[in-house]
Design a protein around this ligand. Structure first.
Ligand code: SME
Length: 155
């Protein structure tokens, strides 16, 4: 099975497990778990930073799988904060070359970050996937994760 098919299967699995679930936390936790298990060990850290309703220009860590993550990231800071500010997904082949990268774990070398929007089109979270390898992610990973994030809160 090629990688694009793998992502289609994972999206179907996530959509099916979360169908009817009203807890957003349960949805994020399910997606993080299914992705991390299916893509281990390439996915070294897999999880969500959610927009803090009390501090709307700040992300706070949500459900994740992996080593200890930073608790808070301001919009505009690091890769996650950049995606929160821009609303656009990003592939970062070498995190050490990204201005202002936040090293929660120095073992991370590349990452992909995708925004999550609610049904009103408001940014509510970002999905952050890190790898210990340089250049671990490509356009197929990005597209697969975007598709999963696009249906995560509505399926
Ligand atoms: N790499 C992220 C920080 C979060 S962690 O790596 C878990 C960033 O620069 O936004």
């Amino acid at each position: 099975m090629d990688k694009a098919e793998r992502y289609r299967d994972l999206k179907a699995e996530i959509d099916s497990v979360v169908a009817g679930e009203t807890s957003v936390t349960a949805r994020y936790a399910t997606a993080a778990c299914i992705l991390a298990q299916a893509m281990a060990p390439r996915f070294f850290w897999t999880g969500f930073y959610v927009v803090d309703p009390l501090k709307p220009r700040e992300l706070v860590v949500g459900p994740y799988q992996g080593t200890l993550g930073c608790l808070r990231i301001a919009f505009g800071k690091g890769v996650c904060g950049h995606v929160a500010a821009s609303g656009e997904p990003i592939l970062v082949p070498d995190v050490h070359a990204f201005p202002g990268h936040i090293a929660c774990d120095s073992a991370s070398n590349s990452e992909v970050v995708v925004p999550v929007f609610d049904s009103d089109g408001e940014l509510v979270a970002v999905l952050d996937v890190d790898s210990t390898d340089l250049d671990a992610f490509d356009a197929t990973d990005l597209a697969g994760l975007v598709a999963i994030c696009n249906s995560l809160l509505v399926a």
